[in-house]
Design a protein around this ligand. Structure first.
Ligand code: PLP
Length: 406
């Protein structure tokens, strides 16, 4: 039995079976290079699902973790702390928001955003204003409130009764959203580019239209940038490239480069709806997580980092189009920056898992987004050489799948 197999068997014996782990077990990594328990090497195009934006074990981040862990890790929310204040200041400065709430994950900051929207609406007056509108195929997390906001029925099955007054409509369809919105609507939540739902970007007119409808009905616009935030699309936040500003912005994943942290940003006026005792978190905003977030934000905000994201995204897209000319299995390569989705065409639409598995055999790690999209969300610092190497391996995986099924 290999070490990978041994670990997988032991894991199966003790872990709740809510995941289906891949056949290798990563044990160490640096940058985009990752090693499994049997010492096989891979190039990681997953970035831990858009998390390790500065690469695995980034040395600057590791240094901050070591230093802060030896200084002050946790104080509880009986106190404020310097790293949290500094990270909040930096986020406000870079986004134009005025108040920040920290938690530990994307689900938690989205939960906070939805609760804030309800609470803010409650304070507006006597009329009921509880309705939250979200989109089919959206993903906002796994807590009961956020999974209900998500647009995948399978993720909600068996967990009812679900929070009430949450409705769903089609993404990029302004007419159907407009028909659903009324004075009872307190918020619309959307991902500016749907990640888990298949890498579908919102058209600029749609995003602008949602903004206008929210203003018209005194509803808050929540942008979930848990996946698109922190430089992933080539802007620090995707909304900055869309020129549509939400009322509440959430981010997590890459903010900690693997260390758990999430941030919800909003205006001073809306933030007033959360007074002491209304919402909180034991770990949220701890000095260790916030020190990491500060360093990550500093590195990602550098113009050269964001420029590299745009350049690398174009390079990957061009190379995937070339591979597709040779082995035509995709109908579209789409996305922005380093959030890229390759849509399988009708003939190959059930082959995503095969490509992913053959990729592992070749030594390259990729992601899926929905049932028929192959996704890349690698480190923002991935180099041209690493891209060439990774896509060379992926080409071989695609070639095999193509030849087996054509
Ligand atoms: N929102 C979006 C857009 C996501 O992509 C995810 C995770 O994939 C989440 C929320 C949930 O984040 P977490 O798993 O950190 O709770």
């Amino acid at each position: 039995m290999t070490k990978n197999q041994d670990l997988l068997t032991r894991g199966k014996n003790v872990m709740v079976p809510n995941y289906a782990p891949l056949p290798i077990v990563p044990v160490r990594a640096q940058g985009v290079t990752l090693f499994d328990a049997d010492d096989k090497e891979y190039i990681d195009l997953t970035g831990g699902i858009a998390v390790t934006a500065l690469g695995h074990c980034n040395r600057e981040v590791t240094k901050v973790i070591a230093e802060q862990a030896a200084t002050l890790m946790h104080v509880s929310n009986y106190f404020t702390n310097e790293p949290a204040i500094e990270l909040a200041e930096a986020l406000c400065e870079k986004t134009g928001f005025e108040r920040v709430f920290f938690a530990n994950s994307g689900s938690e900051v989205n939960e906070a955003a939805l609760k804030l929207a309800r609470r803010y609406a409650t304070n507006l007056g006597d009329k009921p204003k509880h309705k939250i509108i979200a989109f089919h195929k959206a993903f906002h997390g796994r807590s009961l409130f956020t999974v209900t906001a998500g647009g995948t029925d399978a993720y909600k099955a068996g967990f009812g009764p679900l929070p009430a007054k949450m409705e769903h409509t089609s993404f990029n369809d302004l007419e159907s959203l407009s028909a659903m919105m009324d004075g009872e609507t307190c918020a619309v939540i959307m991902e500016p580019i749907m990640g888990e739902g298949g890498i579908h970007g919102s058209a600029t007119e749609f995003a602008q239209g949602v903004r206008d409808l929210c203003d018209q009905h005194q509803a808050l616009l929540v942008f979930d940038e848990v996946q698109t935030g922190m430089g992933r699309t080539g802007d620090l936040f995707c909304f900055q490239g869309l020129s549509v500003k939400p009322d509440i912005l959430t981010t997590a994943k890459a903010l900690g480069n693997g260390f758990p942290i999430g941030a919800m940003m909003t205006t001073a006026k809306i933030a007033e709806a959360f007074q002491p005792g209304t919402h909180g978190s034991t770990f949220g905003g701890n000095p260790l997580a916030c020190s990491v977030g500060k360093k990550v934000l500093e590195i990602i905000s550098r113009p050269e980092t964001l420029a590299q994201v745009k350049k690398s995204g174009k390079l990957i897209t061009a190379k995937m189009n070339t591979i597709n000319e040779e082995f035509p299995i995709f109908s579209e390569i789409r996305g922005k920056g380093l959030l890229i989705g390759c849509q399988l065409n009708e003939q190959f639409k059930d082959k995503t898992k095969d490509i992913l598995n053959k990729g592992i055999e070749q030594g390259v790690l990729t992601l899926l987004a929905g049932p028929d999209v192959l996704r890349f969300a690698p480190s923002l610092l991935i180099t041209e050489d690493e891209i060439n190497k990774a896509l060379g391996k992926l080409r071989l995986a695609i070639k095999e799948v193509y030849n087996e099924s054509k």
